[in-house]
Design a protein around this ligand. Structure first.
Ligand SMILES: Nc1nc2c(ncn2[C@@H]2O[C@H](COP(=O)(O)OP(=O)(O)O)[C@@H](O)[C@H]2O)c(=O)[nH]1
Ligand SMILES: [Mg+2]
Length: 247
């Protein structure tokens, strides 16, 4: 069960997770439980079609709790090993949304309730996570939009204040942009340790017969014809996006 504010990335994450499960031979069923926005169901259906994962939905006006309950039954009937409930969010926390989520949780008893923390939300992410956790006791956090310029400190704090682990990181809008959480990479990002990237991306020797082209294209660096030293057309040390090759 995925929970979080509107626009934090739940629907996108639902498809990303379903795709990962499919790759592990664990067929998933996506359940479109966001009946707040008419386009939300269509969005999930489009993503489901792109990754060839079925989507369970009901017409507008249905009760999201019933949709989720029926979705789980449908998954049992059709031998799906994983059910992913894509729930509705709101622009800010409200009691009606929380009540709906609590009722879905009680009706379906999900193994995981994952809070999606939007990296771009800044400090608000911490308070939002705390309020969700008070009502729902989620089991883990997924950080979304980590490809943005945000460093990611506040969303990490949202895991810390709730004592729950960060399980995945969303690194882009595409369905393949999902990675397991790496604490060391996150720590470097929060601390702005771009210089460690600089040294790791430079060749260990000034010139090598086998590696220069690779280094040149990785760093935008070129070798001066008259010397054996390297110069760089682009600065190599920069803000390290999550998906950069500095690993
Ligand atoms: N750049 C970026 N955009 C994302 C990411 N995850 C979701 N989005 C975008 O954020 C917007 C809201 O996502 P959506 O999944 O609809 O959020 P929901 O309302 O919580 O279901 C969409 O335009 C997504 O394409 C991400 O990891 N990186
Ligand atoms: Mg959605």
């Amino acid at each position: 069960m995925l929970v979080g504010l509107q626009g934090c990335g739940k629907t996108t994450i639902a498809a990303k997770l379903a795709r990962q499960f499919r790759g592990q031979n664990r067929p998933a069923l996506l359940v479109a439980a966001d009946l707040q926005r008419p386009a939300a169901v269509d969005q999930l259906k489009a993503l489901g079609a792109a990754i060839q994962v079925p989507v369970f939905s009901r017409p507008p006006g249905a009760d999201p709790v019933d949709v989720c309950r029926e979705g789980v039954e449908e998954a049992r009937r059709t031998n799906r090993s994983v059910v992913i409930l894509d729930t509705a969010g709101r622009l800010s926390i409200d009691e009606e949304m929380m009540d709906e989520l609590v009722r879905i949780q009680q009706a379906t008893q999900p193994h995981e309730v994952l809070f999606v923390a939007d990296a771009m939300l800044g400090q608000d992410a911490v308070e939002t996570a705390r309020r969700f956790h008070e009502r729902l006791e989620f089991t883990g956090v997924i950080l979304s939009k980590m490809d943005s310029d945000a460093r990611g400190g506040p969303p990490c704090r949202s895991a810390e204040v709730t004592g729950k682990p960060i399980k995945f990181v969303g690194t882009g809008e595409k369905v393949e942009d999902l990675e397991p959480f790496h604490p060391d990479r996150m720590a470097s990002r929060i601390l702005g340790m771009a210089t460690s990237c600089r040294s790791s991306r430079r060749p260990s020797r000034p010139w090598s017969a086998t590696r220069p082209r690779r280094w040149r294209s990785a760093c935008g660096a070129r070798r001066s014809p008259s010397t054996t030293s390297w110069s760089s057309s682009k600065p190599c040390a920069r803000w390290v996006p999550w998906t950069s090759s500095c690993r």
